[in-house]
Design a protein around this ligand. Structure first.
Ligand code: VGL
Ligand code: ZN
Length: 202
């Protein structure tokens, strides 16, 4: 059984948002069409408390894109984004959410970030997504959404590690940084993931 995992299609990652992904909005109509091709669709949400350690604003003498150690792992500092309960944290109003069966929130622990929809960045705590998919007999995961070089890529890597045949839908994602995006695509390929386009599905 196949599942589509829609990663972090939230207002703060769209043009005009706190951590906007260039052209992040153009993939939404495509993701809406892709959903029709899957018997199971799930979505993730970045869902930070206001005191989250990944926010530059929560560290003295640090600015956005500086690097620190958080929860024992390297952390890039971001602008405040996807704060729990804010409009920026809501899924885009353009995203069709009717057939989405499961919503998984991540990044709730202020002491560690969580790019992947499966685990925090230290791999200490699970969101339950892997068990949920296995319980539903999912064998193949198809991953799309924002941002392609962070949460979408890390979700794909963890999907592979958890034994799912994994398909990264390259034209149904957009990155924050293009160079980092191609580095992550290579990592996904090296681990055994498949890089595809939506035309391979539709
Ligand atoms: C993301 C940076 C910080 C993402 C989330 O969804 O890709 N990126 N938090
Ligand atoms: Zn975040």
């Amino acid at each position: 059984m196949k599942a589509l995992i829609i990663v972090d299609v939230q207002n703060d990652f769209l043009p005009g948002g706190a951590l906007e992904v260039p052209m992040g909005d153009v993939i939404i109509p495509l993701i809406n069409i892709l959903q029709e091709k899957f018997p199971l669709v799930i979505a993730t949400q970045d869902w930070h408390p206001a005191n989250h350690g990944s926010f530059a604003s929560n560290h003295k003498n640090k600015k956005v894109f500086d690097k620190i150690t958080l929860g024992g792992v390297e952390q890039i500092l971001w602008p405040d984004h996807c704060v729990q309960g804010t409009i920026g944290a809501e899924l885009s109003g353009e995203l069709n959410t009717i057939v989405i069966e499961g919503f998984f929130r991540k990044g709730t622990d202020p002491a560690i970030d969580s790019y992947s929809g499966f685990f925090d960045n230290g791999k200490k705590k699970s969101t339950g997504l892997s068990g949920y998919l296995k319980e539903k007999d999912v064998t193949d995961t198809y991953i799309c959404g924002l941002a392609g070089d962070f949460c979408v890529a890390f979700t794909a890597l963890d999907a592979i590690d958890n034994g799912f045949n994994t398909f990264f839908i390259k034209d149904a994602t957009r990155p924050i940084d293009k160079i980092g995006f191609y580095e992550m695509i290579n990592k996904i390929k090296e681990k055994g993931g498949n890089i595809i386009d939506s035309a391979d599905i539709i």
